[in-house]
Design a protein around this ligand. Sequence first.
Ligand code: F6P
Length: 341
Amino acid sequence: MSKPKRIGVLTAGGDCPGLNAAIRGVGKTAIVEHGMEVIGFTAGYSGLINKEYVELDEHSLSGILTLGGTILGTSREKPFKMGEGDPNKPELIVQNYHDLGLDCVVCIGGNGTMKTAAKLSDLGINVIGIPKTIDNDVWGTDVTFGFDSALGIATEAIDRLHTTANSHQRAMVIEVMGHHAGWIALYAGMAAGGDIILVPEIDFSIGAVCKRIEKRFEDKKPYSIVVVAEGIKVPKKGMTAAQFVTENIQLFTGIETRETRLGYIQRGGSPSPMDRILATRYGAFAAELIAKGEYGNMVAMKGNKLEAVGLKEVGGKLRLIEPGNNMVRKARNMGISFGDE
Ligand code: F6P
């Protein structure tokens, strides 16, 4: 009989709901279905550099499906970005990989994590990537886990702003996360009836935003909900997106305007049912790829089908809202403004 495969799992980058579901999905499938041994590196790539890990078995992988965050911890460590005096981190990783007798490392993370995973693959390490992030901006897959949970939280928050906006006849500005991408703003704005949605991918003018709000007042719609992605271009240094938009609406329209920044609330807590399922499916598929020896890939969802996409193709790219995006078109057709007309 051949020696069982031994794999390492790590979670890197910002945490998000569903990480534990993915760890459980890959770990349990690897152990139960394929008889592999599994270890978990702590604090992202730092654990791989410093050889810090825990053994994972069926017992330790139980009871974690619904937990937010990551039982392994995470960090934004980028092993290929070395400062002066740093040890040769990629070299340490390769050495640790061999010392620990690993057959593969499963890297669960966003764009940065996939980029690093692709570079490790170039160094001869067997790697599989699993895409996560609330931002939903990993290239090569239709969807990342974490997004649906964040969307649910953002949507509920915007729903709750409607009452104050209506009662006080105010403009309410809410800033959501997304880094360089506007997916959370677009989807939450659509789901919660935003009147204006500002995303980094569509250039806006504050004049057009104010005009739309004034027009709504004239049309006897005395309140407005403005959903703003954190990554929009803010012409004033040191100001957040929400601050800039709020201050300018108040200044130019005279309409009472309030801001809300949702922040890390969007990344916290238990994953939504859809994220639990997606993360579990990604994890299970990753274990299957390892069993077949199909390394150097990221698991991805295309349509409703799981696929393997080469990490080389993914690394360094972002999936952003494209011009002509169908959802944007539908929103415009309903009178929602993107601040560009
Ligand atoms: O990538 C997820 C995300 O929450 C982004 O939406 C946000 O810009 C960033 O992480 C915040 O990062 P940090 O946790 O380092 O503050």
